[in-house]
Design a binder for this molecule. Structure first.
Ligand code: HEM
Length: 119
């Protein structure tokens, strides 16, 4: 049987690195960095890592809010959503993640669009 996406992304260690890189890339991305001006990078990295770990078939250790609640009232635009997907691809490339796994991650993230944009 095919390994879980969690395993194919390198398990907790691999995903923790991807989440850390992704948060750093967001904070440098002029299209969205202002959104994180008051954020604690360590806390965001931990939330994003545990969310990814749980969502890709790893241990269920995400204790944050669901995506609607986490982004409610932020009035996030389509362009900002695409910026986050762009950053995700950069972070995945940085870890040498292959095309198939990149497509799976993108599909999962894209599926959350209506929970996040203009909420
Ligand atoms: C599929 C795309 C996205 C996913 C999977 C995602 C995931 C998350 C997660 C897991 C959290 C933490 C929630 C918690 O700890 O309770 C969060 C918080 C946040 N997200 Fe997103 N997000 C996405 C898109 C976006 C976009 C497009 C923006 C705007 C540019 C955005 C801005 C934020 C901000 C500002 C926070 C709060 C950070 C903080 O706690 O300081 N997110 N997101």
């Amino acid at each position: 049987m095919m390994k879980s996406l969690y395993e194919r992304l390198g398990g907790t260690k691999g995903i923790t690195k991807i989440a850390s890189d992704l948060t750093d890339i967001h904070m440098e991305n002029p299209n969205i960095s202002a959104r994180y001006a008051n954020s604690d990078p360590v806390a965001v990295k931990n939330s994003v890592a545990t969310f990814f770990i749980t969502g890709t078939g790893g241990p269920n250790n995400y204790v944050g809010q669901d995506m609607v609640a986490a982004h409610r009232g932020m009035n996030i635009s389509n362009d900002e959503f695409v910026a986050v997907l762009d950053d995700a691809l950069l972070a995945l490339d940085k870890s040498g993640v292959q095309q198939r796994e990149k497509e799976e991650v993108l599909a999962i993230l894209y599926g959350m669009k209506s929970d996040i944009v203009y909420g």
